[in-house]
Write a protein that binds this ligand. Structure first.
Ligand code: ADP
Ligand code: MG
Length: 948
């Protein structure tokens, strides 16, 4: 709602929707409603979908259903306040100083909160007459996607609001979708277009705290199940997503005449972007956070990773939902919150453009090569405050004195860093592009802003502006005078206390202050009588008697109090004025300050990745436009750290189960070099990447090997060094990772169904540039089913997708496929058998596992010896019956590629078959020379048709 919109005076909406619950109404035919309750009901009616935090003095109060909901959610006491329509009004409240904490809990539970403040001093309301209520209105809606307070946010994560817009299909096009996402706490603002199939992946990458959609989209049959599975989805009226007004609303929000200079946006992108800013405006009630202009993300600029792959590879968090154990946690060496947020963003959306990746790697390399600069920069960065978030709060009117200090320190730090970083270039070379750009950004803020803040701010700063005392003495004369008066009066009070003690002869007499009485003379009950009787009662006027004390005031004390209050009030008012002035100068410089903040984050990430590379012995990957994938001595970045120091494979060691450090392994999925003959002319004949079929017993390290290669690709394209001796990676455009029999009971689908749905997605989507990781696909069903599906999947990947792939399986039969599929390579995990026990070497070698060692693994797991012995007997029986090699027979019996061939190929086959039939039907002995010649022409003509 608009701040200027008049408050709704009819409460009928609320009454209608409240159903059987207590139904507040502005008036009723029996009792009358207090003016305050009337005001409450009006404001509540204007915000029916929010819990209303209604400010009353030092509390936010909630009434009616809100009170019941909040008291349950927060575990606070539910009380009553008066009656409404002859029923008690339920009420509960939270003290303002703890409001953030309670807000946090309510938001986390999926509630939205409207914060209603007192907009005038109660004294002013009283001036209007006895029955007047303090003016109040909602100043802000608190929703999961529009938070700014540090106490409500994780410093290391962005919190995005995402708007999802659709433009309906026309005759020639499908529905188009766009997402716009904004972090109002940092000012980031991005837009991207996508199709329906890519929507979930896009949203999974961004991980918004809140999604807004139009009512129509929310009700869309196809999207509804997905949207309802997402946390915090807010459907909004169509006006918010209106295409006709989108451009105008966006330009108005950004304060520009036209948005043309920000890039060419499609209509649906404009709809999403305008919806996002409109919602920001509504929740912030007109306040405008310092947003960057919307940045348009081109399709295909980043490595596409779908939701399943993302969670499966545990990039940002583990399958259990924790940061610990994720790739991000393993590689994060940043020292600032902004750096950490940037690293998470980059990891969630690795680049797919080799040049961009090279720029990032250059920046990391610069810090790898200069350990002095690295240590120095990282040491100083630790002290740099979170500029972006402080800036947002200040601009939006929610900042405190410490935010001003953060801006001051941040600007000074930026200036200092720009000098330091320029020195990186001194050893002859040019600064890497990303660092040079960061240096330029660091120089943008005007040092005068910081200098002014330095002059103005005191050493010790209170948390809130209303506390006062944050302006340095000597900064402004009027303030100094008001403070002197205030402090002088305080001294006078101290003197008064001494005098009263003497004149009354009560040594223990004190002058004290509290919020209810103000200043008062305080004596114990035993002395109280003396002041209550003549002659002292002429001076001392009784105020209050408590259990042990009696309290008085005097005319003199009253006058002094008024003076102090006036002086203190004036001092605070002057301080608040100064605050607003400083905040305005910061707001005016916000674009420059944001650039500096971004630059600091970029430097932090580059130096942190360099530090990681040195610490864990990572190497710079070579990333280019080829289809290569050649990793030598690769390691799993997370498992390696869990196990300890890096090590090289040492076949001689025979380390056993928990052999200690990680064993490095090579992987080469690059297309086989020419003179490799293309298998067939036509589509895809140009070859493709290799597929590695990895076999080996359980626990041998197959899954680890598969994932480590996917993670190395992700790291390389993120612009990080990688855990390997060397790595050459041709840019991957889509990454797929699937695990057989993954549990997804939460979504109510059978595990096997999930596995098949996901496999289907890969086979339908993966192109030649994709990297596919399939871990034991087909495990979730009966053996022959599973084997058949795995088998056909490999054929399809090899013949149709032609992408680089790693495929782990326990179906040893499949290794026979390598004889027929030229780009399929068998690899296996080396194990040793030693005194009947299996020893895992975690080493990947060419070839296939001769057996599965299942019984040995079962033995390691502690199955009873009798079961193990029995299993050995059964196995021997089965092997004797030659059930061990169905794969061999399959290879010989099945026309291998029939199913995998493309549709045109199948048509051609059919046409050729007709041709052969026609040929077979000819009997040359019975034909005249002329008939023979005609038949030959006919055949030729038929052949020509086949080819076209
Ligand atoms: P599989 O998929 O073959 O059953 P995993 O990949 O799950 O095996 O590996 C089992 C365990 O072996 C891992 O948890 C890890 O501790 C260890 N491991 C795997 N690969 C290596 C390696 N290269 N070096 C050292 N330990 C490894
Ligand atoms: Mg496994």
């Amino acid at each position: 709602m608009d701040a200027t919109r008049p408050v709704v005076t009819e409460a009928s909406d609320l009454a209608a929707e409240a159903g059987g619950r207590i139904t507040p109404k502005a008036t009723d035919d029996v009792g009358r409603v207090t003016p305050m309750m009337e005001q409450y009901i009006e404001i509540k009616a204007a915000n029916p979908d929010c819990l209303l935090f209604y400010r009353m003095g030092d509390f936010y109060e909630m009434f009616f259903d809100d009170a019941e909901v909040a008291s349950r959610a927060l575990g606070i006491v539910l009380t009553k306040r008066g009656k409404h329509l002859n029923r008690d009004i339920p009420m509960c409240g939270v003290p303002i100083e703890r409001a953030d904490e309670y807000l946090h809990r309510l938001i986390a539970l999926g509630h939205r909160v409207a914060v209603c403040e007192q907009l005038e001093d109660p004294a002013e309301a009283r001036k209007r007459g006895g029955k007047s209520v303090v003016r109040r209105d909602v100043v802000r809606l608190v929703t999961p996607g529009t938070l700014t307070e540090d106490s409500l946010l994780d410093p290391r994560r962005n919190n995005y609001l995402l708007a999802l817009a659709r433009s309906r299909a026309s005759a020639s096009t499908d529905d188009r979708f766009a997402v716009a996402w904004i972090d109002i706490s940092t000012g980031e603002f991005r837009v991207a277009e996508c199709d329906r199939a890519g929507l979930a992946a896009e949203i999974a990458r961004i991980e918004p705290g809140e999604i807004i959609v139009s009512d129509a989209l929310y009700a869309d049959a196809e999207l509804a199940p997905y949207l309802r599975s997402q946390p915090a989805v807010t459907p909004l009226g169509r006006d918010v997503f209106d295409g006709a007004t989108a451009e105008r609303r966006l330009a108005a929000f950004l304060g520009v005449a036209t948005i043309d200079s920000f890039g060419a946006f499609s209509r649906v992108e404009l709809m999403a972007a305008a919806a996002a800013v409109t919602y920001v405006e509504r929740t912030q009630i007109g306040k405008r956070p310092p947003l960057s202009p919307p940045l348009r993300e081109a399709a295909g600029a980043t490595l596409a990773i779908d939701q399943a792959t993302r969670s499966n590879l545990e990039l940002i968090r583990t399958l259990a939902g924790e940061r610990r154990g994720s790739l991000l946690a393993a590689i994060d060496r940043t020292v600032t919150a902004a750096g950490c947020r940037l690293l998470a963003q980059r990891l969630a959306a690795p680049l797919s453009d080799p040049a961009g990746i090279a720029h990032r790697l250059d920046a990391v390399a610069a810090f790898v090569g200069d350990s002095a600069a690295r240590t120095d920069v990282r040491g100083s960065l630790k002290a740099v405050p979170d500029l972006a978030r402080a800036l947002s709060r200040i601009v939006i009117g929610r900042g405190g004195p410490r935010d001003l200090a953060a801006i001051r320190d941040g600007i000074f730090a930026a200036a200092e860093f720009s000098a330091r970083l320029a020195a990186l270039a001194q050893n002859g070379s040019n600064l890497p592009r990303d660092i040079a750009q960061a240096v330029a950004g660091l120089r943008r803020p005007d040092p005068a802003v910081a200098a002014e803040l330095k002059r103005a701010l005191a050493e010790e700063l209170p948390a809130y502006r209303r506390d006062g005392g944050f302006v340095r003495a000597g900064y402004e004369k009027a303030l100094d005078e008001a403070r002197a008066l205030r402090d002088e009066s305080r001294r006078v009070i101290a003197a008064l206390q001494v005098r009263y003690a003497e004149t009354t002869g009560i040594r223990s007499l004190k002058i004290r202050h509290n919020n209810v009485l103000g200043y008062f003379v305080d004596v114990t009950a035993q002395h109280g009588e003396k002041l209550l009787s003549a002659p002292l009662n002429a001076t001392f006027i009784h105020r209050q008697t408590t259990a042990g004390q009696v309290r008085f005031t005097t005319t003199e004390l009253g006058e002094l109090e008024a003076k102090i209050a006036n002086a203190a009030e004036r001092a605070l008012a002057l301080e608040l004025e100064i605050f607003d002035r400083l905040a305005a100068s910061i707001a005016a410089a916000s674009a420059a300050i944001k650039e500096a903040a971004d630059a600091l984050a970029i430097i932090d990430v580059a130096a942190a990745l360099a530090s990681l590379a040195i610490e864990r012995d990572y190497v710079r990957p070579e990333v280019d436009g080829s289809l290569a994938f050649a990793v030598v001595g690769g390691r799993h970045p997370v498992v390696e750290q869990a196990l300890g120091a890096p090590s090289l494979p040492s076949p001689a060691s025979g380390g056993g189960m928990g052999g200690g450090s990680f064993v490095a392994n090579d992987c080469d999925l690059s297309p086989p070099p020419p003179p490799f003959p293309p298998p067939r002319a036509g589509k895809g004949g140009e070859g493709g990447g290799r597929i590695w079929l990895v076999t080996g017993p359980n626990m041998a390290g197959k899954s680890t090997f598969l994932r480590q290669n996917a993670l190395i690709a992700v790291l390389a394209q993120t612009g990080s060094f990688v855990p390997a001796r060397t790595a050459h990676i041709g840019v991957v455009d889509r990454l797929f990772s699937r695990v057989g029999a993954a549990d997804d009971l939460a979504r109510g689908r059978s595990t096997f169904m999930v596995e098949m749905v996901e496999t289907a997605a890969i086979l339908n989507q993966a192109g030649q540039r994709a990297l596919v990781i399939l871990d034991e696909i087909g495990r979730g069903t009966a053996t022959f089913d599973g084997l058949s599906i795995a088998w056909a999947t490999i054929e399809h990947l090899h013949e149709n997708n032609r992408c680089r792939a790693l495929f782990a399986t326990h179906f040893h039969e499949m290794t026979a496929l390598a004889d027929k599929l030229p780009r399929l390579h068998n690899a296996t995990m080396r194990v040793k058998e030693w005194q009947g026990e299996v020893v895992f070497l975690h080493e990947v070698v060419p070839g296939s596992a001769d057996r599965s060692y299942g019984i040995q693994v079962a033995k390691l797991a502690g199955l009873p010896p009798s079961v193990i012995e029995r299993a050995k007997l059964v196995l021997a029986q089965l092997e004797a019956q030659d059930l061990a090699s169905p794969g061999r027979r399959l290879i010989d019996d099945l026309p291998l590629f029939a199913a995998a061939r493309s549709a045109p190929a199948r048509q051609r086959d059919a046409a050729l078959a007709t041709l052969v039939e026609a040929l077979a039907a000819l009997h040359p002995d019975e034909m005249s020379p002329r008939q023979a010649l005609e038949a030959l022409y006919a055949l030729k003509a038929q052949l020509a048709k086949t080819k076209s």
